[in-house]
Design a protein around this ligand. Structure first.
Ligand SMILES: Cc1ncc(COP(=O)(O)O)c(C=O)c1O
Length: 203
């Protein structure tokens, strides 16, 4: 059974468990219907098959080798990525104003944070993109194990990931791209390329 069908099947008239909106019963705005699909684990026994089917579909959509849904938002993805690349005592390059989960992930791995700064686009009062030049300046002589880049930024600034990846490869550093704000990129040709797609083109 697909995940969507599983969720449809578990829509109940009366719900005695969480969530406390009771699948929209206590919601009074026009999005009420969406809440029907918000269920607790007690209503979906044994959802493994539906979830793994949905993950396989997502693998095709995103063009990844494999896809695992996160149960704790982008934070858990960033933490997982950093923990899998960085050992205790190794240096990680990260943006000074990145989401706090970047630094927390480095701390959890026992890594040493090295911070880079970005220029501001004064007209908009927002930070500019990360460039390969900025990254190379740090990778040259500091023995950095992994680089964390946010692209797109919250404001939609996209960094040249293809070029940044080449610099990371040159110095043998892992590149972790936080694409929390780019999840919709694979769905339109009019949007920038997802960094996952760029990775495939580079191989
Ligand atoms: C760029 C970026 N990365 C990571 C996160 C963390 O996301 P979550 O709250 O889903 O853990 C956020 C949240 O706003 C974010 O903007």
């Amino acid at each position: 059974m697909s995940l969507v069908n599983l969720l449809k099947k578990t829509c109940r008239k009366t719900l005695f468990t969480t969530p406390s909106h009771a699948q929209g019963f206590f919601i009074f705005h026009k999005l009420r219907n969406f809440y029907k699909y918000d269920i607790s684990e007690t209503e979906a026994h044994d959802p493994e098959t539906a979830l793994s089917k949905a993950e396989s579909k997502a693998t095709k959509i995103y063009g990844t080798k494999s896809t695992s849904f996160l149960t704790n938002g982008s934070t858990s993805g960033i933490i997982g990525a950093v923990l899998s690349c960085v050992n205790s005592g190794e240096k990680v390059l990260l943006w000074k104003n990145a989401h706090p989960c970047h630094l927390n992930a480095v701390k959890l791995a026992g890594g040493i944070p090295v911070f880079y700064d970005l220029e501001k686009i004064e007209e908009w009062d927002i930070y500019d993109k990360t460039t390969p030049e900025i990254i190379e300046k740090y990778l040259k002589d500091r023995g950095i194990k992994a680089v964390l880049v946010t692209s797109p930024s919250y404001e939609g600034i996209v960094s040249p990931i293809r070029e940044i990846k080449k610099v990371c490869e040159k110095y043998g550093a892992y590149l972790i791209v936080d694409e929390a704000h780019g999840a919709l990129y694979p769905f339109s040709e009019n949007l920038p390329k997802s960094s996952v797609r760029l990775r495939r083109q580079l191989q």
